[in-house]
Design a protein. Structure first.
Lengths: 566, 50
């Protein structure tokens, strides 16, 4: 990177850490440290809700997905607006009225301490590992693209975040998230602008998008009902609804966000901000990936965007095979470029037959390129034995580093850091809250002073930050671990949502019903995941339903006298 | 400003003690905007995937 870009990234990191650390005084008690004394305005809470959900994986992986596959992934969020309305009507007022610090604290009031402890433990296990993954994923990519040491990159992301979260608490998390969202959106807008300007002078944006559309990349809605297909209208609306209810309603890293709001309606509005904005924002991110694709229709992309193993392959016994693939790739690239120009010219004539023929030729060459890239990826995996080798996540960072002007590169790298840090900060704060409130204060030291719990909270935040960095170092070297950890989330959210449905939806659910329902739900999800090929989005529906059915069955068969919620 | 409802025993169930009426217009707006966004996405695809 140019010196100016390094300066921009360094200035951003210093600004964020300084802004976070100056919030320390506002976090002088536990309620201030974890809940900002329930004083934050809805718009700030809304922005931190969005920043928490949008990690660097979203920024880097989703753009890559747009490049490779198109915009179908936007369907994943179709259930989100309805989920936010349901939560605004149910759990938000429930949690706020109950004056809880954690979502799981409420489960003890409704059921018993076993249910609370089990749910909190599941959250700590899942989020604790995911915090490491959220650092690892962008760190691996940035270290390769920037040529940086991987461990140093992990530290550059994890250490500043841990520092301002540890000392500044949720105030630091929220107000840095607000600034980080501004950086992210500004970066995205600047990239889109640069991509549109980067098209040849004689090719319009609409013409380029028509070419992308011919490959299916601009298909946004798929109405087929196929349980094995991940991204469809139905899996997004129904499966996504359950996922979003579980994530925004039962995951402490999000629940704690809206518990900081100054009122119930402020908490509701903070969630509804995502309801309005999330789908258009996600569509923009995917469209950015598609625009990178249209950019490279007229420029020369690398055969593979992830260069990490290129030197090894070129030095191996199959170097000649690699060279032949590379030559073939560039030959087909030239032919495809000509086909693109022909398709643009045909469209201008308005002759449908000419357009159809020209597009068919272009698509044929596009498929050839995709096949060549697939063979190159296979060759890399065979030579290096690296089954986790991935090219899609490197499209956007490689484009940024090689094609954008000085200054804009620094802004985008800062945006990637911002996306990672905003998610991690919220997770560290919520991990600390669950550890101290649900475990330490509930089971270990029940009668200490507020200042004692505050000191412990800060220490525990630091511990989780260190833990996340250590997990990141291991996860970075075990690429498949990232996938395992992410899949654990899909086992967890649906089942936990089922417990909360039992808690708020029916008087008859008992404590044993909740605990065994949760166990039954996770067993069912595991069984379905292993024995079928249904999309992971539907696992959330399976989990929630199984927990409810098993929980109600146990509750009805073995009724018990239950405490009522005050 | 506080829009918290007065405390009530709910035994875990929803009640009207925290009526969502003030937010009803916002909920409707969310649904309308989502419908419009989905329509816009569908229209965008239809236009460029021809």
């Amino acid at each position: 990177m140019h010196l100016v870009d390094w300066f921009i990234v360094a200035a951003y990191l210093i600004w964020v850490v300084y802004d976070g650390l100056k919030r320390t005084k506002a976090s002088s008690a536990v309620e201030g440290y974890f809940l900002a004394n329930r004083s934050l305005p809805w718009w700030a809470v809304g922005l931190t809700v969005m920043a928490t959900q949008m990690s660097a994986i979203t920024l880097v992986g989703t753009t890559g997905q747009g490049y490779a596959d198109g915009m179908r992934f936007v369907q994943f969020y179709f259930g989100l607006p309805v989920a936010m309305i349901i939560l605004s009507l149910t759990l938000v007022p429930f949690f706020y009225r109950a004056k809880v610090y954690t979502a799981y604290e409420y489960l003890e009031r409704r059921f018993d301490v076993r249910t609370r402890t089990l749910a909190s433990l599941l959250f700590l296990m899942s989020r604790g590992l995911q915090a490491g993954v959220i650092i690892a994923a962008p760190a691996v990519i940035l270290s390769i693209v920037l040529g940086f040491n991987l461990t140093l990159t992990i530290v550059a992301i994890g250490l500043p975040t841990t520092l301002y979260t540890m000392f500044g608490g949720v105030q630091a998390v929220t107000w840095t998230d607000v600034k980080q969202m501004v950086v992210i959106v500004a970066g995205l807008a600047a990239v889109v602008f640069a991509l549109v300007l980067g098209l040849p002078d004689d090719v319009g944006l609409g013409e380029a998008l028509h070419i992308a559309g011919a490959t299916g990349r601009l298909t946004t809605i798929d109405f087929q009902f196929d349980l094995n297909e991940t991204y469809t209208f139905w899996s997004g609306l129904i499966g996504g609804l359950f996922l979003m209810l579980g994530y925004f309603g039962c995951d402490q890293s999000q629940v704690q966000r809206y518990l900081t709001a100054e009122s119930v309606n402020a908490g509701r509005r903070s969630l509804l901000m995502s309801a309005f904005v999330k789908i258009p924002l996600q569509a923009l991110i995917l469209l950015t990936g598609v625009l990178v694709f249209t950019f490279y229709l007229f420029q020369t992309p690398p055969m593979l965007f992830n260069p990490v193993h290129e030197a090894e392959v070129q030095a191996s016994s199959r170097a000649a095979e690699w060279a032949a693939l590379d030559t073939e790739f560039h030959n087909v690239l030239d032919v495809r470029r000509t086909a693109v120009r022909d398709a643009v010219t045909a469209r201008r004539t308005g002759n449908p037959t000419a357009v159809r023929v020209a597009q068919a030729t272009f698509i044929e060459h596009q498929r050839s390129l995709t096949t060549i890239r697939g063979r190159a990826v296979s060759l890399v995996k065979e030579v290096t034995q690296d089954d986790s080798y991935n090219d899609v996540n490197y499209v956007f960072p490689t484009f940024v580093m090689t094609q954008l002007p000085v200054g804009l590169v620094g802004l985008i790298v800062a945006a990637i850091f911002a996306a990672a840090m905003s998610s991690i900060a919220a997770e560290l704060n919520s991990l600390s809250a669950a550890t101290v409130i649900d475990m330490y204060r509930r089971h270990i030291r029940t009668d200490a002073s507020d200042q004692h719990y505050l000191r412990v909270s800060k220490t525990v935040t630091g511990f989780w930050g260190l833990f996340a960095c250590v997990v990141a170092v291991y996860a970075a070297n075990l690429g498949s671990l990232i996938e395992v950890v992410n899949r654990f989330g899909s086992f967890f959210y649906g089942s936990l949502l089922g417990v909360f449905i039992l808690a708020v939806g029916t008087r008859r659910a008992t404590s044993p019903g909740a605990v065994w329902g949760l166990v039954g739900g996770m067993v069912t999800v595991t069984y379905v995941a292993v024995t079928s090929s249904i999309s992971f989005l539907w696992l959330n529906v399976v989990g929630a339903t199984a927990v409810f059915v098993v929980g109600m069955a146990i509750s009805i068969l073995f009724p018990a006298h239950e405490r009522t919620v005050a | 400003m506080s829009d918290l409802p007065s405390p009530a025993r709910t035994n875990g169930l929803l009640t009207t003690a925290h009526s969502p009426r003030p937010m009803m217009r916002t909920y409707l707006a969310v649904l309308v905007v989502e419908a419009l966004v989905l329509l816009a996405l569908w229209g965008f695809s239809w236009h460029f995937v021809r």
